[in-house]
Each structure stands twice: as C-alpha cells, then as structure tokens.
Design a binder for this molecule. Structure first.
Ligand code: WTA
Length: 648
C-alpha cells in the first residue's frame, strides 16, 4: 500500500464542482437520508410516469427484495436520445473511430435517434416484442450501440455477447437467454485482422438449444462474402431501408428487465446478470456525471468493449443519458503502432480517457516515446477500471499520459453492481496510487471477517455492501435462488462482492483482488471452473485444476495443471493442442498462459483440490506453501514442484 498522497492538481481544483468538504457532507447526507438523495438524483431522468416510492429494499435472504422507483415508468432510449435531440440535435452523440486510422464517423444525436427508431422498427417487423430477448454479437461499430438502444426503445431485453467468445460460448448464452433474434456483422476488424463473427453465429446456431432463433440480422461491415441462410438471415442495410423512422418509445416499468449480461462466477456456467430499467439508468447517469465531472463540451472516451458491463454503463448509457459525446473505438492500442491512443486523443480532442490497467501496462512497456508523439492538450481527466492498478502503472498514467495535470479516477465496481461503487470524486478526493479511495454517494461498503463481523477502522477482510443502491442487479436470469445463494448467503443481510479489501487510517479502500475462484485476466472475468471444464472435455485430459498466477501485463495469467489419461504421453504438441482447444471452446481470452503436467493434484482427504497450494506453486512462492499435512497424499506436492521447476 503506497501511502504517497497526490493532492488535486491545481488547474483541476480551480474549476472543481465538488470540494473535499462538499464530498464529505454530501456523502453523509446521502446515507443518512438515502431515499431523499436518490429521489433528487432521479430528477435528472425523464419519467413517463413519475414514481411515488423511491426504494423498497430488504437484503435479508429469507425476505429478499430490491425495488427502486417501483411505480414509475420511463424509456431508456428516450432518455439517451429524444430529450437531447430537443436540446442539441447536432451535437455529436457518437464519434466512431475505426480500426483503420483513416476511418471515422461522427453521428449526431438527431442522426442516432433516427437510426435507432428505424432499427427498432426492423426489430418489430421481425416479431420482437416487449420482454423478448435479443442477442448481440457485434464488433465495436455504431450499429452495436444502435441495436442496444433500439431494444430499449421497444422494451426488448438485450444480451450482448463479447465478440471474442467462441461459437460454443455464444450458443450457451443464446440458449440460456432464449433469444429469438441475433444481431451480428459479417466480420469484425481488430488490429487489421478480421474476426469471422457471422461464421461463428452460423456455427453456434447449429448447436442444440439455439433452435429458438428465427432471424439473424447482419451488418455488412467488411467486403467479405457471407453465407446467408434463406428465411433466417437478413442484411441490416436492407432491412433498415424498408422501415420508417417513426417509433414512439415504449413506456417501461422501472423494474422491467433492461438487459442481461453474462459474467463468470466461481462455480458453474456464466450467469445471466439481470439489470432493470429505472434504477440502472438513474445509477449509470448519476455516477457518470459525478465521477467523470462531466461538462457540456466533454469528449469522453471509454475503451471498453460493448460486450462488457463497462461498455454498457460508461460507453453507452451513462454518457448518452447525460447528453455527452462518447467515443467508440473499433481497434486496439497497438495498431498501426502504439502511438494510436495518443493520436485518437489529439484527433478528436478527447477530454476524458477511461481505460484498463492492462492497457496502461502494455503501453508503458513499449516506452514513453509513443505517448509523447501526441500532445494530449485536450485531456483533463483519466480513469481506470477492471482490476487493481499497480502503483507503477498508476504513476506512469498520471505523469506521462496525463502530464501530472489530470486526476485519475480508479473506479471499483462489478457487472453485478451496474455502476461504480468506490471511486475518487475528481476535485474532491486526494489520490493514493492503487486505491479506489472512497465510496460513491449513497453507497455503504463494509469490511467483514470470515464470520461476517463488521470490522472498524484500519482493517482487511471481505468487501461487502450493507445497503442497496439503484444500479444493483436484480436476479440471475432464470435462477433467482442462485442469485440469493451467490450474493446474499455468505454473510446474511449483506451483498458479498467476492473481493477482498483493506481500509487504511484515512478511510481509503484498497481492493486486494478476488477471494473466490474467479480470475481477472487483462480485466476480463473468467471462472476457473469454466477453463477446467473446457480442459476435461478434451479426450486426453483426465483431470485439471486452474488457478491464477501473477502476470506482468495481464495482471493475472491462467495457469492450468493437467493430469492426462493413463495412456497419453505429455508432449509439447499436446500442450499446444490444449491451449488451442481452450481458445476454441471459450475464446482467446481464456488461453492458458501455462500448462503444467500434473501426475496428480493435491487433494484433501475428502477429495477437495487445494488451490491455495497450486496458486503458490504457480507464483513460485515455494517457501510459503503452508500446511500440507491435511492432504490425502502430501508427496503429490513434491512431485508437482519437480515437474513445474525441473532445474530447481
Ligand atoms: C475487479 C468490471 C480493483 C474486482 C467493472 C471486481 C477492480 C471485478 C476494479 C469485477 C478496480 C474492477 N480495482 N479491482 N478499480 N474494478 N475490479 O464484473 O475484482 O468485469 O470484483 O466488472 O473486477 O469485474 P467485472
């Protein structure tokens, strides 16, 4: 824990809307009278039918319920579009920067509104009704945003699946969400390489469980011929030409489902995190405005993909609900060179950059000169999300990218939380590199020990939330019991985050990482169980255990211990084959960084794999393996160490 404190940079302080005293007072008021606080925040949203009740909440697992703005009605797309069309129709809503540096597009609020209405009519024509699920498997192109907003316009529930997932992963999400329509593009483009999205969709729709899909709407994005299945597949550009742009927004109940987003847990298959309309929008809009200190002329750039929650809340809904110009980038930081991020900032006069530690670390490794090729005068605020940021990366981001004049908001939150829960308020919060600092207004974190006792003052333990906030997920789609079991049963009456945290003497929170079997690889969440089940699905594998290991760029890498079937020889070819196998089963983000052949796995007498030991071996922390006497066969550990570190 670095205790170096960075005061608010002078220039920022001069224009700050919130001072340290304001934050303290406003925070206190927001938790003392939480209802009043959120009643006021909700006024920044247009309600078709105003709510009379702000909150109705119980975290008790036997009487669990969470409702925000329960009797109100609203429409998300109307909040993101129509009201801004009335105020500033020509302001850019989306600045799209293509993979290729010579391609960009600027879409005004008026244009975006028209396109969303038309595409909403396309969806209607395909039979999509309020409450129906629509799966998106899209590259980072404006049509992804258009499709999401079009769903919200008619009350359909979107399920965005990250374009890097395999056909298998896509199929299981289509099946779980029972989607009837899939929206995709013929191909995606990243760093000059193509991604065969439509071919993947075709493969997914061959798999059992996906029979409910009746149409596939495909954007013609690259000049690549694509197989179109008669009666099922339609082109986006053809369909949109056949409809008009009149589509009134559907009034939606505040607690109506807005979207499902799949995320990994410590066990089983990824779960469908369900967010609802009113609370989510109020929360995304409020946190966006306050955490990013939003002004009318900001050009805000979030580098996250729309396939993740950050892409939902802070690329799309938060910015557009506030009428803010949001930049969407199709490509990768290293294409054509590592100077690209700086070039984009200069090209579009970006004022706020929100990215992930893994991207910061990889830029840092390439050397300062790439960043220094740009002048970045427009930048005034930086943000970080997705994983703990190490102090070295933080300092580099602060001093080199931001030239010491831009505060960094290190924002801690989760797919489940819908929006940021712990973060500095720029202008108000002095920064400590590596700390997400203090809770957002109305948010009540606590640190508990293993028994759920709330710890006071300086401490370390499990991070929980003791009260609700409007953006929290409402259920696991189709499995409410799993929702209660996962989040509200570990510590009764509290939402358990799965993260560990420390609190220092100044009340600053330091997230120490997951305390469960969830990995965070380059800011992407993956369950160890998912990678394990992919591995054991290979005919040569008898058993496997997957743990995280420290990785300089990715934060965490994937380390797999594999026990082969008795008659199988461990070879380099097989190692490569298994890596490729996991890639094709889940997607490239799940590719193991290390595969170790394990003659056997360390297990307790009851047969439970002792991951603690496997993590230590993976991290080469052999001196602190801890007690191995409870193992069924302690010699297994010695064998493993010899296999992993033969020259030791
Ligand atoms: C981790 C991403 C430290 C954490 C928004 C959490 C962080 C998980 C931070 C959620 C941060 C996210 N500092 N750790 N600023 N932000 N995490 O659902 O472990 O993809 O539980 O949501 O990422 O990942 P998810």
């Amino acid at each position: 824990m670095s205790q170096q404190v960075y005061p608010v940079p002078d220039k920022f302080l001069k224009n700050a809307r919130t001072t340290a005293e304001d934050y303290a007072a406003k925070y206190q008021q927001s938790v003392t009278d939480n209802t009043q606080f959120w009643r006021e925040q909700a006024q920044s949203i247009d309600w078709i039918k105003p709510f009379t009740k702000v909150r109705d909440v119980s975290f008790d697992k036997d009487n669990f319920h969470v409702e925000w703005f329960g009797d109100g009605q609203l429409n998300v797309s109307a909040n993101c579009l129509d009201r801004h069309v009335a105020n500033h129709p020509d302001k850019p809503a989306i600045i799209w920067e293509g993979d290729h540096p010579y391609r960009h597009k600027i879409i005004s609020f008026r244009e975006l509104h028209q396109e969303v209405c038309r595409f909403a009519n396309v969806l209607k024509k395909q039979g999509v009704k309020k409450g129906d699920r629509v799966t998106l498997y899209m590259p980072m192109i404006p049509e992804a945003a258009i499709a999401m907003l079009a769903c919200t316009r008619i009350g359909a529930v979107h399920c965005v699946v990250f374009g890097g997932f395999s056909p298998d992963s896509l199929a299981s999400r289509i099946e779980d969400s029972q989607s009837s329509v899939v929206i995709t593009a013929n191909e995606g483009l990243r760093g000059g390489k193509t991604i065969p999205l439509k071919t993947n969709v075709d493969a997914a729709l061959q798999m059992p469980g996906t029979e409910g899909v009746t149409s596939v709407i495909t954007v013609y994005h690259t000049e690549h011929p694509t197989n179109m299945q008669q009666g099922r597949d339609i082109w986006y550009h053809e369909a949109i030409a056949e409809v008009n742009e009149h589509c009134p927004p559907e009034p939606m109940d505040a607690e109506a489902p807005l979207f499902i987003l799949y995320t990994s847990g410590s066990t089983g298959k990824p779960k469908g995190v369900l967010h609802t309309t009113g609370g989510y929008l109020v929360y995304a809009a409020t946190t966006f405005r306050e955490v990013f200190d939003i002004r009318d002329n900001d050009v805000y750039w979030c580098t996250a993909d729309v396939g993740w929650i950050t892409g939902h809340s802070y690329l799309l809904y938060g910015p557009l609900a506030n009428g803010t110009t949001t930049l969407m980038f199709e490509g990768v930081p290293q294409y054509p060179t590592w100077a690209r991020i700086g070039q984009i900032i200069d090209k579009h006069d970006v004022t706020i950059l929100y990215t992930a530690p893994t991207a910061i670390r990889s830029m840092m490794r390439e050397g300062d000169h790439y960043v220094r090729e740009s002048d970045r005068h427009s930048l005034r605020l930086l943000g970080s999300v997705g994983e703990p940021i190490n102090p070295e990366a933080w300092s580099w981001y602060y001093n080199v990218v931001g030239e010491g004049r831009c505060p960094i908001v290190d924002t801690w939150w989760q797919t489940e939380t819908g929006g940021i829960l712990i973060s500095p308020i720029p202008g108000a919060t002095p920064l400590k590199p590596g700390s997400a600092t203090k809770p957002f207004y109305g948010v009540q974190p606590a640190i508990v020990d293993g028994e759920g006792n709330i710890l006071e003052g300086e401490c370390e333990g499990n991070l929980v939330l003791i009260d609700s906030w409007p953006g929290q997920m409402r259920t696991v789609y189709g499995d409410h019991q799993r929702f209660i079991d996962t989040y509200f049963s570990t510590f009764n009456g509290m939402y358990f985050t799965g993260d560990g945290a420390k609190r220092d003497k100044d009340g600053y929170y330091w997230i120490t990482g997951r305390v469960d079997d969830v990995l965070n690889v380059s800011g992407h969440r993956l369950g160890t169980a998912e990678v394990e089940s992919a591995l054991v699905a290979h005919q040569s594998v008898a058993e496997s255990a997957v743990v995280g290991m420290p990785h300089e760029i990715k934060g965490q890498g994937i380390c797999a211990y594999v026990t082969l079937q008795a008659d199988v020889e461990p070879t380099e070819e097989l190692r490569k084959e298994l890596r490729d196998w996991v890639r094709s089963e889940i997607g490239p983000i799940a590719t193991p960084d290390a595969i170790h052949w394990a003659p056997a796995l360390p297990k307790t007498r009851s047969g439970k794999i002792m991951r603690r030991i496997l993590r230590k071996i993976a991290a080469n922390e052999l001196d602190t393996l801890g007690d191995t006497s409870t193992l069924a066969d302690p010699s297994v550990v010695e064998h493993l160490i010899v296999t992993v570190y033969p020259e030791r």
